[in-house]
Design a protein around this ligand. Structure first.
Ligand code: SF4
Length: 354
């Protein structure tokens, strides 16, 4: 037909090869020092005192960890008034307000405080600035246990700021005497945005003496940022009530991942998510045992994603001593001071959690 360009000759064209399937695996990922300490605390307490051992709130925000400890005899309660008088209760990694210690003492409970030392650091900052009569703007998520605990240190002085959109409603007594603190598991970028907006309103706003967003939260976000633009799909292993895990999905999407999902278990992955996907990013929140990541890698390998490449953003070696109360009882029983217990994050651990 006149005027029509000749049809291209495709007879000798090579078929277009689809890009190879691969996995980018974030490091660091999974257990942080505070979670490791808290989980080991419950395990050791179960061994030492025998079940039941009561735990106020989820020891860490991970479904698998909580269920496994429950199976071994831990009893999770919402408040100390659900613990029989004189029994042992462990406080979770997220920390508690002073009033919770008082309530436990009133019921003659034996308490073991598994609050992460990096959360305790924020509590101390709150107490110090309250004693100096500052207004404290605590950036965090309303209702999160950590925020409830920190706020309880100085309720008269602390105002919660739940992200950048919460800034306009903040009022303070003296704009010259204001400091901001934060929850340990927030998005670094969003927190900086919140602080910038606060500073527009209160130019004399003081910074915390050191970062409140903890090293583990920062490192896991950093690894995700490094890989996000290269992945078609980011799978974050973690529970929905785990703040740092939820943040990892958000960070991935903000930094270029085309899709992102949070799953507790490999079985929650919808195979349809993999349609047309060449590169899958995998990471896990700070409360997630490595075995759950391995299950996800096995799921992906079965579907052709066997090429796993690490993306290393930082090395971590921090470990925390077990709570003093527990160390004392362990030493009395065994004669050995089990100062700290650290699991290799790549170990199939927690062994007893399996
Ligand atoms: S995420 Fe950070 S603050 Fe929370 S338990 Fe882990 S190290 Fe501690």
């Amino acid at each position: 037909m006149e005027g029509m360009p000749p049809a291209p000759d495709t007879s000798s064209a090579a078929p277009v090869a689809s890009p190879p399937k691969r996995v980018l695996l974030a490091a660091p990922r999974g257990y942080c020092a505070g979670v490791d300490r808290a989980v080991v605390t419950v395990e050791k307490a179960l061994e030492l005192y025998g079940p039941p051992v009561y735990v106020r709130k989820e020891i860490v925000h991970n479904k698998h960890v909580v269920q496994t400890l429950r199976d071994r005899g831990a009893v999770f309660v919402d408040e100390t008034d659900q613990v029989p008088e004189g029994a042992t209760v462990i406080f979770s990694a997220h920390g508690v307000a002073p009033i919770v210690h008082e309530e436990a003492a009133a019921r003659s409970l034996k308490t073991i405080d598994a609050t992460c030392p990096l959360v305790t650091k924020v509590h101390r900052e709150a107490v110090r600035f309250a004693n100096e009569d500052f207004d404290i703007l605590l950036i965090g998520h309303e209702g999160h246990e950590e925020v409830v605990g920190t706020s309880g240190e100085a309720p008269e002085h602390i105002t919660l700021v739940d992200g950048p959109h919460g800034v306009d409603n903040v009022s303070v007594r003296d704009p010259e005497k204001v400091v901001w603190l934060s929850q340990t598991t927030l998005s670094v970028d969003e927190t900086l945005e919140t602080v910038a907006r606060l500073r527009e309103r209160f130019p004399a706003l003081q910074d915390p003496p050191s970062d409140d967003i903890c090293y583990a939260t920062q490192n896991r976000q950093l690894a995700v940022k490094q890989m996000a633009r290269d992945v078609d799909l980011m799978i974050v292993v973690g529970s929905r009530n785990s703040s740092n895990s939820v943040r990892l999905v958000e960070v991935a999407l903000e930094h270029g991942a085309r899709a992102g999902h949070l799953v507790d278990y490999a079985a929650e992955i919808d195979p349809a998510w993999l349609d047309g996907v060449a590169t899958v990013g995998v990471t896990s929140g700070a409360s997630v045992p490595e075995i759950l990541v391995r299950d996800v890698l096995a799921f992906l390998a079965e579907r052709g994603y066997a090429d796993v490449r690490p993306v290393v953003a930082a090395e971590e070696s921090l470990l925390f001593a077990l709570p003093n109360e527990l160390r004392r009882d362990l030493k009395a029983r065994t004669g050995v001071d089990a100062a700290s217990v650290r699991r290799d994050s790549n170990e199939q651990s927690p062994s007893s959690l399996h």
